[in-house]
Design a protein around this ligand. Structure first.
Ligand code: ADP
Length: 287
């Protein structure tokens, strides 16, 4: 770990808020900026990074230097327990000490080489994995943690616990990302339907797009936003103000970002991710 310049933890209070998606896209972005990047997945029971980095089915190899991460490109290596499971559907049912052991091995026995950034994708909450990673990394220093949340109170309540965990163990909160912050889509990317009398919906997308093209083409460049999750409590912005931690920005719910994650791709060169990619990029540039 002494050869790693910056270590960043990515945390969340709840599962499913987009922590792994953010970790994966952060790693892609840093690698695009020509940094040497390692992504360490310590979500032992639910490793999603192999899929999100397009590395499903790959295995790790051992050399005389240690375990070798699986590389997306020469400057982006990934380590995850997902590469070690004989069957991807296999459940990892381990108690704390065993999880602790594998995390220690990921840090000690993996030959990461010289890294500019090690991004650590942690499981949700504050449990064994978090205590282990903090214990192991603190000796050589952790730059800080990024916390990912969705806008509604149910998620933010748990983020407050995450912030307090960081304060207790002495890790700087680099900032909070509000993900899935409204469903934003260009009108040109919508599917339009018309409810029929029987309650079914018939697809009228082609007609609607043609109508707009002919009568008001400027509409196709508008983005429609639906607040899927309730943010009337002020969302992450207010929580950050109250807790005294930086707010990094909002990333909208974007079906194209979900698709990029499913296919294990970076969203940054995907023309279709035109709503989410700029939002993610502006957050990453703040770090
Ligand atoms: P977590 O790591 O917090 O459990 P994931 O990153 O696995 O969450 O995200 C859960 C699902 O939501 C994934 O299918 C992911 O692709 C999708 N997702 C995450 N963020 C977004 C977003 N901003 N827009 C659309 N889908 C998203």
């Amino acid at each position: 770990m002494a050869t790693v310049k910056h270590k960043i933890l990515v945390l969340s209070g709840k599962g499913g808020v987009g922590k792994s998606t953010f970790s994966a896209q952060l790693s892609f972005a840093l690698a695009d900026m020509n940094y040497q990047v390692g992504l360490l997945d310590i979500d032992i029971c639910g490793p999603s990074n192999p899929k999100m980095l397009g590395l499903e089915g790959q295995e790790i190899h051992q050399s005389n230097l240690g375990w070798s991460p699986v590389y997306v490109e020469s400057n982006l290596g990934v380590m995850s327990i997902g590469f070690m499971l004989p069957d991807p559907d296999e459940a990892v049912i381990w108690r704390g000490p065993r999880k602790n052991g594998i995390i220690k091995q990921f840090l000690k026995d993996v030959y990461w080489g010289e890294l500019d950034f090690l991004v650590v994708d942690a499981p949700p909450g504050t449990s064994d994995e978090h205590i282990s990673i903090v214990q192991f990394l603190q000796a050589t220093g952790i730059d800080g943690a990024i916390i990912v949340t969705t806008p509604q109170q149910v998620s933010l309540i748990d983020v407050r616990k995450e912030v307090n965990f960081c304060k207790k163990v002495g890790i700087q909160v680099l900032g909070v990302v509000e993900n899935m912050s409204g469903l934003s889509q260009y009108l040109a990317d919508f599917k339009f339907t018309k409810p029929t009398e029987t309650g079914e919906h018939s697809d009228i997308t082609e007609w609607a797009l043609e109508y707009m093209r002919a009568n008001a083409p400027e509409l196709l460049n508008l983005v429609a936003c639906t607040e899927v999750f309730d943010s009337s409590g002020g969302g992450a912005t207010r929580m950050c103000r109250e807790m005294g931690v930086p707010f990094l920005g909002k990333v909208p719910l974007d079906p194209q970002l979900c698709k990029a994650a499913e296919e294990g791709r970076s969203c940054f060169f995907d023309q279709k991710c035109r709503v989410s990619a700029p939002a993610l990029y502006s957050i990453i540039k703040k770090l």
